[in-house]
Ligand binder design. Structure first.
Ligand SMILES: NC(=O)c1ccc[n+]([C@@H]2O[C@H](COP(=O)([O-])OP(=O)(O)OC[C@H]3O[C@@H](n4cnc5c(N)ncnc54)[C@H](O)[C@@H]3O)[C@@H](O)[C@H]2O)c1
Length: 325
């Protein structure tokens, strides 16, 4: 299989490139990335000399660039990780999110049709469902739950999902979508919760926690996310959406306290700060569909995964440095 992986220089995209090249000796990958502030070519450095790997710097919104690439490379599948991905930034500059996360997806869908690519896979998020109240652990979103995004980020991702599904219905475009919960693992950009807290702890800075810290997220190891996407692009049904979750719910406060404990630091480092606008309370998704239809399960134990993640950031602190605030 030859895959076009967009957003490949980012956190999840670069882990997916590793996953494919390690698992499938016959596969080839063409990586397309604009290298925004969140993209880092170092994330792909280990593949530089692999003849199965190619990197192209480009914008998924640039129709000419995308179409020329698709014409030249004749890929079997597009996996779209390219996105503006940080909720806080979307509150400051929603327009940039609409451009990449919606218009960019439109270009990729048009390219899929124009060059009759056998599969377009859109990487989405559980945030498209909005949030759930605390204290009702049995409530979870399924793939059929209504979309009620809370932030410009999640609204742009929901729009991309709907656009993709409309292409399936209108043109028969072979689209699949995965909606995953919060990922953790190596190479996440330092603005996100886990690396941010680790680097601030290492720098002796206070650890800012939004509101009361009770907001709950489900954590999924990035490698488990990659195995789900791999399964869906090869065996998933066109026109289908699959939730992908780790089944590991933690409040932000619990998570920060765990990191402090693992780093041998005191909880007094935590400083509560005014809540994020529209901050979602709890995300939780049912993963029954992907488990039953495709036999996927997450395999990374959270305690082991988080410890390895911490150790990775400690060993790569030059990629983090001090936080931006
Ligand atoms: N990180 C998570 O926990 C999480 C959870 C669920 C879903 N997702 C989704 O997974 C995908 C990847 O997330 P991530 O955390 O790896 O993001 P990231 O911000 O680390 O990486 C995004 C990558 O996309 C590139 N990019 C941005 N705009 C582009 C454009 N116009 N053209 C080409 N490349 C562009 C960036 O340079 C970067 O390399 C996103 O679609 C995100 O919505 C992420």
């Amino acid at each position: 299989m030859k895959l076009l992986i967009t957003g490949a220089a980012g956190f999840i995209g670069s882990n997916f490139v590793d996953f494919i090249l390690e698992k499938y000796p016959e596969d080839k990958v063409v990586c397309l990335d604009k290298l925004t502030y969140a993209g880092n070519l170092e994330n792909l450095a280990r593949h530089r000399r692999d003849s199965r790997f190619q990197f192209v710097r480009g914008d998924i919104c640039d129709r000419e660039c995308v179409f020329a690439l698709l014409e030249r490379e004749q890929v079997d599948c597009i996996v779209n990780f390219a996105a503006e991905s940080h909720v806080d930034r979307s509150l400051e500059d929603p327009g940039t999110f609409l451009r990449t996360n919606v218009q960019g997806v439109c270009v990729l869908l048009d390219g899929t049709n124009a060059f009759q690519i056998p599969r377009f896979h859109q990487i989405s998020t559980d945030e498209v469902y909005g949030d759930l109240p605390l204290g009702q652990p049995n409530q979870k979103f399924s793939e059929d739950s209504p979309l009620r995004p809370s932030s410009p980020y999640s609204a742009s991702k929901a729009a991309a999902d709907l656009l993709s599904l409309s292409y399936f219905r209108s043109f028969g475009t072979p689209v699949t979508i995965t909606r995953s919960s919060n990922n953790y693992g190596p190479r996440q950009f330092r603005e996100k919760l886990i690396p941010r807290m680790i680097f601030r702890t290492m720098a002796g800075q206070p650890l800012p926690v939004y509101g009361d810290g009770q907001n709950v997220r489900d954590w999924l190891h990035v490698r488990d996310h990659c195995s789900a996407v791999d399964l869906v692009i090869r065996k998933g049904l066109p026109g289908s959406v699959y939730n992908v979750g780790g089944g590991t719910e933690r409040s932000n406060l619990e998570l920060v306290k765990l990191l402090l404990t693992l780093m041998g630091e005191r909880e007094s480092r935590i400083s509560f700060v005014p809540d994020r606008k529209g901050h979602d309370r709890r995300y939780a998704i049912s993963t029954e569909k992907i488990e039953q239809e495709l036999g996927w399960r997450p395999v990374t134990d959270f305690s082991r995964g988080i410890l390895e993640t911490l150790q990775w950031y400690q060993a790569h602190s030059e990629q983090g440095g001090a936080s931006r605030d």
